[in-house]
Design a protein around this ligand. Structure first.
Ligand code: NAD
Length: 484
């Protein structure tokens, strides 16, 4: 039976290569499946290695001989501003396509696409804050330090927020003067292909932008391509390790935005009712499929039961269902495979001796669609696998601590370091704790992902930063020009 999300979705038959829609080399297609109806809702071409080669060749020519890297940053910003307007004009189509392909409810979809617009806004103005040329002097000499675009960029993104993730790569790379070939994931290419239409409408010079939806083998072909100067990857830590090792073979520049297992530290002075809505939202937003989700909640041991009951109550008040139903808080997981993975972690948590407080099952009345009820474990020890590994589902771990120093130690005892939060009435304590946690962003008394400020991870959560000057810097090289 058809459901409302099938309405208005377009299939694509062409690939966006070098700024034009062209016929793909092979007839292979990717089927986009609705996570709520389990039906195929659209198809798009699956780019082949030959399509990737064509896109990289166009990007190489545009970088080596075309106007894009040679025009002023202010002139490029004019194009970016046009892209931003074209994105804004299509944002509802993108939100709809994203909800259909990933299962995100309307509110989540809107927030993610606001992030996409924020990435373009940031890139439009970043050149005004950046020093592309700087005089340097030493001893009896002087020179100029020039920052130049790094070259042809291969950008690879996952499915959980594709238009924002694509914008966080395209926008600063283009602002820097790079040319870009981006590979969306096979699960969620539709909203990103609408982004390609927005970019096309802005009329950039030939060859500057390409988009090649495909699976990981073709992604790896792009990463290995000798004409790619820089790889900017967002995805799992496992894939990031592989991509970095491939880049290592030719010292290709690489930036990585990877997984997380972020901790919320709740101090003893916090009233439970003040923080639980924020904690649950930060833990299970987009059904937990957010790299910066706060999936470990660290609470004073003597208050664990109080928090367990309050968090469970909040989770049970969430409405789980179709992303297109009014009032839905949580939609399905992106795929059957993802649901199996999440369910296997729920079984593991029980085997490891954690206490299942709520959830852990498929919600009643939702026979179709890859749903999992929001799930809370208590009595979690930080050495359990459910506390160490990224589950990427609506599963939160309550970990008791004895003293705030132990809380910091638990937060830091992780392979990851992407996001985090400290909840405390004592703001001096909150500041001190925030400075002690080794993570790329941390929020006091709330949770947020600021993508127009440096965003990225410590440790195995990544390498480098996206957003603002630091994000621009990821697409620039330094060159010192000196007279002898
Ligand atoms: P994934 O790593 O399986 O795939 C991500 C993308 O990389 C896809 O387009 C995939 O086709 C491609 N890919 C995979 N292996 C590749 C290879 N060897 N060579 C080239 N391309 C390859 O991740 P996923 O399951 O799609 O996404 C979820 C993961 O992304 C989670 O771990 C999440 O934390 C992470 N993520 C991180 C951030 C961040 O900014 N730090 C943001 C969102 C998601």
């Amino acid at each position: 039976m058809s459901t409302r999300q099938d309405v208005g979705l377009r299939s694509f038959s062409k690939l966006f290569i070098g700024g034009r829609w062209v016929d793909p080399v092979s007839e292979e297609t990717l089927s986009v499946v609705s996570p709520s109806s389990e039906e195929v809702i659209a198809t798009v071409p699956s780019a082949s290695p030959a399509d990737v080669d064509a896109a990289v060749a166009a990007a190489r020519r545009a970088f080596d001989d075309g106007p894009w890297p040679r025009m002023s940053a202010a002139e490029r910003a004019g194009y970016l501003s046009r892209i931003r307007d074209e994105v804004a004009a299509r944002v509802e189509d993108m939100e709809h396509a994203f909800s259909a392909e990933v299962g995100a409810p309307a509110g989540v979809s809107k927030a993610f696409h606001q992030n996409a617009l924020a990435a373009w806004d940031d890139a439009i103005t970043v050149h005004q804050r950046a020093a592309f040329e700087e005089k340097r002097s030493w001893g009896d000499g002087e020179g100029v330090l020039v920052r130049e675009p790094v070259g042809v960029v291969a950008a690879i993104i996952p499915w959980n927020g594709p238009v924002a993730q694509a914008s966080m790569k395209y926008a600063p790379a283009l602002a820097a003067g790079c040319t870009v070939v981006l590979k969306p994931s096979p699960e969620a290419p539709l909203s990103t292909l609408i982004l390609a239409e927005a970019i096309e409408a802005a009329g950039l010079p030939e060859g500057v932008v390409s988009m090649v939806p495909a699976g990981r083998e073709v992604g790896e072909h792009l990463v290995r391509h000798p004409d790619v100067d820089k790889v900017s990857f967002t995805g799992s830590t496992a894939a990031g390790k592989r991509i970095m090792s491939i880049c290592g073979e030719r010292i290709a520049r690489v930036s990585l935005e990877l997984g997380g297992k972020s901790a919320a530290i709740v101090a003893d002075d916090v009233p439970v009712g003040d923080v639980v809505p924020s904690l649950v939202q930060a833990g299970v937003i987009n059904s937990g499929q957010v790299c910066a989700a706060l999936t470990r909640v660290l609470v004073p041991r003597h208050r664990q039961q109080e928090f367990a009951e309050a968090i469970a109550g909040e989770m049970e008040s969430y409405s789980v269902g179709s992303p297109f139903e009014e009032g839905t808080d949580l939609g399905p997981l992106v795929s059957e495979q993802q649901r199996e993975r999440v369910e296997s972690y729920v079984r593991l948590g029980v085997e490891e001796g954690a206490r299942l407080i709520t959830g852990g099952a498929r919600p009643e009345g939702l026979e179709r669609g890859w749903y999992v009820a929001p799930t809370l474990f208590a009595d979690v020890r930080n050495d359990m696998r459910i506390a160490r590994e990224e589950i990427f589902g609506p599963v939160m771990c309550l970990i008791p601590f004895d003293g705030i120093d132990e809380a910091v130690a638990i937060a830091n005892d992780s392979d990851y370091g992407l996001s985090g939060a400290v909840y405390a009435e004592d703001t001096a304590l909150a500041e001190r704790v925030a400075r002690q946690v080794r993570t790329g962003q941390i929020c006091i008394n709330g949770w947020a992902m600021r993508i127009d400020q440096p965003f990225g991870g410590y440790k195995q959560s990544g390498l480098g930063r996206e957003g603002n000057l630091e994000g621009l810097g990821a697409f620039l090289e330094y060159k010192l020009i000196q007279h002898s």
